[in-house]
Design a protein. Sequence first.
Length: 152
Amino acid sequence: MVVETRKRGAVVKDPVLVFDGDCAFCSSCVRWAERYLRQTLASGGWEAVAFQFADLAALDALAGGRGEVSAERAEREVLWVTPSGRVYGGAQAVARLLMRSGGAWAYLGAVLTAAPVRPVAGVVYRWVARNRHRMPGGTAACALPNRGAVRP
């Protein structure tokens, strides 16, 4: 991950997709995106990093230090952190990734950000996230932790 810490804070060259690296389903989705979405890049690159290996403090500082980038959030939803410090989560993070990829993917991403579609996309994303251990490639390790439970 290209994150440099300077006196003014963190600097990121390209957007960063932060995901749960312990989840086989999430990791499979990221591998798919790296393989197929990078082939159509029209507007620049992006980088995927498991939150377990990301410098979350630097990314959060880039986002203004308001706790928008945290392990707890990244465990529940994928995050898209832009070089300017904007943070998108869940379906909107996926939409930004698709828009960054260009071509037909960009149109699909734009549809996901449209006002009438955005709430539906969020509901679908949250359903998939809650059931990711049941998805193809998912394992018991993919299950989201219970709220309030402490993870070892």
